[in-house]
Design a binder for this molecule. Structure first.
Ligand code: UDP
Length: 352
């Protein structure tokens, strides 16, 4: 069996590393296309160095364009490769423009499509990711849902066929790499951080970064917290902070700005922090799995189950310090994301 996998962004490299490993183990031949959506070495190369992810056979080098141009150019190149290679399946992850481009081309060429992390919904169509997810799910023949809620969301849209509840591949990745992270990462020593004595923050969604007033109030809210905030800054956010002349906040005593970190360093930062402040999808789940309180700077989340069980709160910057101070740890942390065997289950379904 031949699978064409289309990747382009940081969280996709992490998810694909465990699935690619399972594919190889099962004798599935995989060709990886890297669209280039994330191109910075700290957003891309570092993941290929640290994780069990083979070097992509094709690199399209398409990035830094508006959504339409980016998706269109990716489609053109992906189409050429798929026509040449004629794989049995196309595999896409999550909700980026690379996901959408791969899904549309596969559908046009009548090549069956496999979507990993299917059924996620924020119900906010203003998010580019929401549009990408909805379209991809409606085009896929095999939909691997991470949670019960994701299966229900697909059912509400009339998608019943080909849906498999397998758990979350990010849970697989976290379980697979946490020991290696603890053994090899020196991020805590490098930044002189003690267990439970710092907050970890990441921000990169356009709804938080593209408008100056919003970005300013987020940075200001970090300065009001009672412990240092370790802030690995996404390149988009970094350039917008500079463009909007907000860099003075990064020199505030309480904020420790650092470049994006490797996945192994991130796992260590997440597991040792007091709590996490983020707008990332993946990091909300990782916070939960590490039993760290999470404060999500958004109006809604597609990982709603973490909010329902009390470990994640949707907050606005104005309420952040109060929410952090008043947080009470829930007594339970039920298993929401499976047993770490999602990649194996996906492979089994595909082979059958
Ligand atoms: N991550 C990382 N280094 C960082 C920030 C995030 O390795 O500096 C990892 C994080 O642990 C998670 C994934 O990247 O596994 C989340 O990606 P991101 O927040 O970029 O995207 P989203 O999940 O929101 O789509």
């Amino acid at each position: 069996m031949k699978v064409f996998t289309i990747l382009g962004a940081r969280p996709q490299f992490i998810k694909a590393s465990v699935v690619s490993f399972a594919f190889r183990d099962a004798g599935i031949k995989e060709t990886i296309i890297h669209t280039g959506q994330h191109f910075d070495s700290l957003m891309s190369d570092v993941f290929f160095q640290d994780l069990d992810l083979p070097t992509p056979q094709h690199h399209l080098n398409i990035h830094s364009l508006n959504h339409g141009a980016m998706t269109g150019r990716m489609m053109e190149k992906i189409e050429e490769l798929l026509i040449n290679d004629k794989p049995d399946w196309v595999c896409v992850y999550g909700d980026t423009n690379s996901t959408l481009a791969g899904a549309l081309v596969a559908a046009k060429l009548n090549i069956p499509l496999l979507h990993i992390e299917a059924g996620l919904r924020s119900f906010n169509r203003q998010m580019p990711e929401e549009v990408n997810r909805v379209v991809t799910d409606h085009l896929a023949q095999l939909l691997f849902a991470p949670t019960d809620l994701a299966v229900k969301c697909l059912e509400k849209e009339g998608i019943f066929q080909g849906v498999h509840l397998v758990g979350d591949v990010m849970m697989d990745a976290l379980m697979h790499y946490r020991t290696k992270a603890n053994e090899t990462s020196d991020i805590l020593e490098r930044h002189k951080l003690n267990n439970n004595e710092y907050y970890l923050a990441t921000i990169h969604r356009p709804s938080n970064t593209d408008e100056r007033q919003r970005l300013r109030s987020i940075l200001e809210s970090f300065t009001q917290l009672d412990l240092p905030v370790i802030f690995p800054i996404h390149p988009r956010t970094q350039s917008l902070i500079e463009k909007m002349e907000l860099s003075k906040y990064l020199t505030a005593n309480s904020i420790v700005p650092i470049p994006p970190v490797s996945y192994l360093d991130m796992l260590v930062l997440e597991s040792a922090c007091r709590c996490i402040i983020t707008d990332s999808g993946g990091i909300q789940k990782e916070a939960y799995i590490f039993e760290r309180p999470c404060f999500t700077l958004r109006n809604e989340t597609e990982w709603k189950e973490t909010v329902d069980v009390g470990w994640n709160q949707l907050v606005q910057p104005e309420n952040l310090s109060e929410a952090v101070a008043n947080f009470t740890r829930p007594s339970e942390c039920p298993k929401l994301y499976g047993n770490g065997d999602a990649a194996i289950k996906i492979t089994e379904v595909l082979l059958n």
